[in-house]
Write a protein that binds this ligand. Sequence first.
Ligand code: ADP
Ligand code: ZN
Length: 211
Amino acid sequence: MKLILLGAPGAGKGTQAVRIAEKYNVPHISTGDIFRKNIKEQTPIGVVAKSYIDKGQLVPDEVTCKIVEDRISRADCQNGYMLDGFPRTIAQAEALDKITNVDLVINIDVDFSLLLDRICGRRVCKDCGETYHLKRLNGETKCARCGGDLYQRKDDNPETVQSRLDVYNAQTAPLIAYYTEKGLIFNVHSDERPPEVTFEKIAQKLDTLLK
Ligand code: ADP
Ligand code: ZN
């Protein structure tokens, strides 16, 4: 299964991605995670990526597309993969079309009024990528899934979030129409209920696809 997860920052792409990867045994490819790893290791890609990510802007398409192309050509992607956070522009989607055919685009649609609080209170496991909200952690500093340390992403602050939401509206939201035209979109709504509610709907859809 070749899947794409689409949605605004804070919509819960990462949260669903962790669950989909586990249940359907597909590699979870998050361009954001790949960039953060490169930043941590201070690679040349990391240096470029950091200058954009810290401002809430997109990393240029050439850099991003190359990374994804390399990643999905690896052996573990032969039977499918799940792209989380890619494509984010029409140009990226067109580049992807040239190298592969996806089976489904899961669009996580969310009420924008929830996003600021979700993003600014978000804590992420450095080992498995699971995300938590500060409000529900009750002071816990380790991941309930794997015991890894939780941290706050540097770009999860009110200043950067507005620019990320603007970028989403201008550059990423048009992908919904792009994939709707191709008949590939599956819309799922995410609200204040636990992520399992959204995951159930996604799993139902994926199970019918696999039949
Ligand atoms: P979120 O969905 O919460 O914004 P991500 O981890 O997906 O988080 O992305 C973090 C940042 O990494 C983005 O704000 C952007 O700067 C950069 N990034 C991630 N994916 C892409 C992409 N496909 N194209 C360009 N930049 C990207
Ligand atoms: Zn974890």
